[in-house]
Each structure stands twice: as C-alpha cells, then as structure tokens.
Design a protein around this ligand. Structure first.
Ligand SMILES: NC(=O)c1ccc[n+]([C@@H]2O[C@H](COP(=O)([O-])OP(=O)(O)OC[C@H]3O[C@@H](n4cnc5c(N)ncnc54)[C@H](OP(=O)(O)O)[C@@H]3O)[C@@H](O)[C@H]2O)c1
Length: 259
C-alpha cells in the first residue's frame, strides 16, 4: 500500500486530497497546525476507507519544520510515496501596510518548507524509481499580482521550481506536478483577509473536488502543470499577449479593494 504525505490537510484542497487518495486505498500522513481536525479526519478515513492515517500537528512556517517532520516520519518507519505540498496562505493588501512577520512566514511556508520537504523525500523516490510530488501553486503564479505581491511571487516560485523538477525527474520515474487552481471554495479567502466585497465579486468558485480530480488527471497525462477550468486556462494565457506594464496596471485596478 502506498503512503501519501499531505500538508495543509486540515481543510480545503488538502483535506479533499486526503479523501480522494484514501478512496484509492492509500495510507495517509496528514499535516497541519490544527491537530484536532486532522485527528478527526484521520479516524473517519480509517473507518470509511479501511486505510491507515496518522495526524501530525506541525507549524510548517517554523524554520526546520520540514526536517523535524521528516525525522518523525522516519522514526515511525514510514515511507513517503506521494508528497503533496499543499499548505499555504495569502495575505491581501498593499505590501507596505501589511505585517512584516506575516510576509516572512508566507515565504517560509509557501516556498522554503515546500523546497525542504521536496529535498527530504525526492532522493529516496529517485532511488526507488517511483514517486509522485504535487506542489500546489496557483493561477496567481503566472503574473505579478498587486495587493497579493508576496503570495503571487511564492506561487510563481512553486510553478518554476516544479517545472524544472518535472523535467529532471522524468527519467527516474518520479512524477512532479504543479497544480495551479483558480479561485476555489475553501477557507483561503478568509485566511488571506480579503475584503467581503471583493469575495462577493469572485462568486464563481471551483470546488476543491474539481481541483483535486484535475490534478489526478494531470498526473495520469504526465503533464508538468494543471490549471483546472477553461476560464482559468484563458486567464493564465492573457499575460503572454499583452505588454507587461499595461497588464500590471490593469491587474492593479482589478485587485484594488472596492471602495
Ligand atoms: N482556494 C483558492 O482559491 C486557491 C487558489 C489557488 C491556490 N490555492 C492554494 O491551495 C493551497 C491550499 O489552500 P486552500 O485553498 O485549501 O485553503 P485553506 O482551506 O485555508 O487550507 C490551507 C491549509 O494550509 C494549512 N496551513 C496554513 N498555515 C500553515 C502552517 N503554518 N503550517 C502548517 N499548515 C498550515 C491549514 O491548516 P492549519 O490552519 O490547521 O494549519 C490548511 O489545512 C494553498 O497553497 C493555497 O495557496 C488556493
């Protein structure tokens, strides 16, 4: 039986990955800060899907969290066959006015922890000539986003990093996928403190189930990245056809909080 490590599994896209992979008969290692929510999900999936699931409460924005996590998993004698680097958050507003530590924590979680976890588990996957890594990026990774400046930059990093790893690791039988969802119905917008008026304008949200199914299809197809949904696929291609400064000015207008 294969085992999947899923970060950010306490809600949203991560919890939905847990459901989908349990339904495929995979054992799970679920990680997030909310230990109680993880435990509840783990016990439920064990009962309904007949798999084994362990819950690890860990703040992945703490430096060295990834190596602590890898050591804890190793100490239990477990092997990670699938790594789903999903934990992440955004922070809406003008960069100069937002909390400094929150921006640094975002880079730590969305980028450094993801790179470290990948480095912890990829070598063994290559040795086994088998493994799967899904890194959750975003359509925000395809261009800079005023008022989500650090977030979009972290997702751009994830998209670039994952593309390179996809090409490097194909010969080793390790699949690497950047999953780039558009707006999806999760706690993301509350966590990022989007203004309510802005959320209402974004009424067409995908479901986490659609996003996860698109990722699993992308793995089967062997592609390097997946953008779920036709409208999102259109959006990520727009920057290729517009002058950059024109685009940035238009995006600034689009992302400015409504008065
Ligand atoms: N929803 C969207 O519109 C959208 C679009 C594109 C990309 N994404 C990306 O999708 C991923 C999942 O987000 P989501 O939409 O499912 O939002 P969500 O419901 O807010 O889930 C975020 C998950 O990350 C975990 N997390 C946050 N900070 C953490 C930390 N310091 N250490 C460990 N875990 C932490 C949260 O758990 P705890 O709070 O329990 O720690 C939660 O399980 C993120 O990378 C996000 O950037 C979302």
């Amino acid at each position: 039986m294969e085992t999947a490590l899923i970060t950010g599994a306490s809600s949203g896209i991560g919890a939905t990955f847990a459901e989908a992979l349990a339904a495929r008969g995979m054992n799970l290692i679920l990680v997030a800060r909310s230990g109680d929510r993880l435990q509840t999900l783990a016990r439920r999936l064990e009962q309904t899907a007949g798999i084994q699931a362990i819950a690890i409460s860990q703040d992945l924005a703490e430096p060295n969290a990834a190596s602590s996590l890898a050591q804890a998993i190793d100490a239990q004698g477990m092997q990670v066959d699938w790594l789903i680097n999903n934990a992440g958050f955004g922070d809406y507003g003008p960069f100069a006015e937002r909390d400094r530590q929150r921006q640094l924590d975002m880079v730590q979680l969305n980028v450094l922890s993801l790179v470290d976890l990948t480095h912890q588990f990829l070598p063994a996957m290559r040795d086994r000539r088998s493994g799967t890594i899904i890194n959750v990026s975003s359509i925000a990774g395809f261009q800079p986003l005023p008022y989500l400046s650090v977030y979009a930059a972290t997702k751009s990093f994830v998209l670039s990093f994952s593309g390179a790893l996809w090409a490097e690791n194909k010969p080793y039988g390790v699949r690497v996928l950047a999953l780039c969802p558009g707006p999806t119905e999760t706690q993301f917008f509350d966590a990022a403190k989007f203004p309510d008026s802005f959320q209402a304008a974004n009424s067409k949200l995908a479901t986490p189930e659609d996003v996860v199914q698109a990722a699993l299809k992308g793995l089967e197809d062997g592609v390097s990245n997946v953008v779920p949904g036709a409208s999102n696929q259109f959006i990520v291609n727009v920057p290729r056809f517009l002058p950059r400064d024109f685009l940035l000015t238009a995006v600034e207008q689009r992302f400015k909080a409504p008065e």
